[in-house]
Design a protein around this ligand. Structure first.
Ligand SMILES: [Zn+2]
Length: 453
């Protein structure tokens, strides 16, 4: 069996891993690249293998950096099925059409404002392409083995990162080899997600390393947020949280309402301004057996949040000047409605912008948390006067300590570990830590490298 790294190496985005034997090809994840332009440009490059020759795709979870290229893959000739967990399927029904819509809107906006180098900027794929890709989906339960491609038996186990997230175990029947893809690995003590299930068997492990060189520290995210909200509301400002629509938005809503019901922060209006995050919250509440919040905690989120659905409501919210909390997507401020709020709120020192997770290099989020004094939005520069915070403690990714702890919980003895899904340094530090702690042979693969597994 061969494994080829078609993405997700040296960066946290564009996860795509190709497994093949003599006869078949199976792709694990089919992500879009995000962040710096050289990475985003890769989305437009010809797919390194003919999509028509791939027999099936298996997904670890719904996030766009793991699924966002699917509509383009189908558009370019992929004919097979796309397998994932039930919740991942539901999330993809929201995420992929939205991604297509945003691509179309961005292309139109760039055309209108003439800030694209191309005379007629084209979307990578459209909303219609996304719906086309969704026709290929088939969903399964955790721990339910299936055979997406002849000879490859696949099982999903919970990865604790977001709703529906999984580690993908691939057992090749005739080669008698097992390759496990960690996907994105959650926290040992997340506020809303249960910890990732330990892995017991893998000949080869492909492991993520988003926080391979960083620890989240001992800070309690609730206390951190409590202080920021109190301080900002005290000076009459607005707290804006650019949040990943799936996962962190739900956690933030839960924490904010919990802080209010415990009277740790003043009662403020809480707005969720992202149609995608609203739908993701509904899906999250529907699947409450898969996470830590019970039905009444989900109800609290539902009852006490103002859901901002229409464009008109969003514009109206942008003129609000009283203290409130606005949660809006996207999480790295790379697109979506949050951009309009940033243009309004960034230039005023009364306000606070709170990022709640990893900011890929090259994104506006990354620029802001690294102290940029202005950021470009819709072709214009906007001064940064508001307070900027980055709450790593709210991340949906385990840090290196948590990942090592998780690896230790299983009875793993892999022959080889490939460290992926991390910036260059993070992956390399993770590689060293895995070898030092367990004595396992670990390596950071190069983009397009093919290895025998
Ligand atoms: Zn993810």
């Amino acid at each position: 069996m061969k494994l080829r790294f078609l993405g997700g190496t040296g960066t946290v985005t564009g996860s795509r891993y190709l497994l093949s034997d003599e006869k078949h090809r199976m792709l694990v994840d089919c992500g879009m690249y995000q962040g710096v332009k050289t990475l985003r440009r890769r989305n437009w490059a010809k797919f390194p293998v003919d999509p028509g020759t791939i027999n099936a795709v298996v997904l670890t979870h719904g996030h766009i950096d793991h699924t966002g290229y699917l509509p383009a893959l189908v558009k370019n000739g992929f004919k097979g099925k796309i397998y994932c967990t039930k919740a991942t399927h539901e999330l993809c029904k929201v995420l992929l059409p939205d991604a297509g819509y945003l691509q179309e809107e961005d292309a139109k906006y760039a055309y209108r404002k003439k800030f694209s180098k191309h005379e007629h900027p084209e979307p990578l794929f459209t909303e219609k392409d996304a719906w086309e890709a969704l026709k290929h989906f088939e969903s399964l339960h955790y721990h339910e083995p299936f055979e997406p491609v002849k000879g490859f038996e696949v099982t999903f186990t919970p990865a604790g990162h977001i709703l529906g997230s999984s580690c993908v175990h691939v057992h090749h029947k005739s080669h008698e080899r097992t390759v496990v893809f960690s996907g994105d690995v959650g926290r040992q003590n997340d506020l809303i997600m249960r910890p990732p299930e330990p892995i017991d068997k893998a000949d080869v492990l492909v492991c993520e390393s988003t926080y391979g060189d960083r620890a989240h520290g001992e800070v309690d995210p609730e206390t951190e947020l409590e202080e920021i909200i109190k301080r900002t509301a005290g000076r009459g400002g607005i707290v804006l949280v650019p949040a990943f629509a799936v996962g962190r938005a739900q956690m933030l809503l839960y924490v904010v309402h919990k802080l209010m019901s415990e009277k740790r922060i003043p009662k403020l209006p809480v707005y969720l301004n992202s149609p995608m995050a609203i739908k993701a919250t509904e899906i999250f509440c529907k699947h409450h057996k898969e996470h830590k919040l019970n039905a009444s905690q989900c109800e609290l989120i539902d009852d006490k949040t103002e859901f901002v659905r229409t464009v008109e409501q969003s514009i109206e919210l942008d003129s609000v000047r009283y203290p409130c909390i606005i949660i809006s997507a996207s999480g790295m401020a790379s697109g979506g409605r949050v951009l309009h709020h940033l243009k309004t709120l960034l230039p005023n020192p009364r306000n606070s912008i709170v990022f709640a997770g990893f900011q890929a290099p090259g994104t506006r989020g990354d620029a802001l948390v690294n102290g940029a004094d202005s950021v470009k939005i819709h072709g214009e520069y906007w001064p940064v006067k508001a307070d900027i915070y980055n709450l790593d403690s709210m991340s949906a990714h385990g840090d290196y300590n948590e990942i090592l702890e998780w690896l230790e919980q299983g009875s793993l003895k892999p022959e080889k570990v490939y460290v992926t899904h991390g910036e260059m340094v993070a992956s390399d530090v993770m590689r060293k830590r895995i070898t030092e702690k367990f004595g396992w042979d670990a390596e950071v693969p190069e983009l397009f490298e093919e290895v025998e597994v």
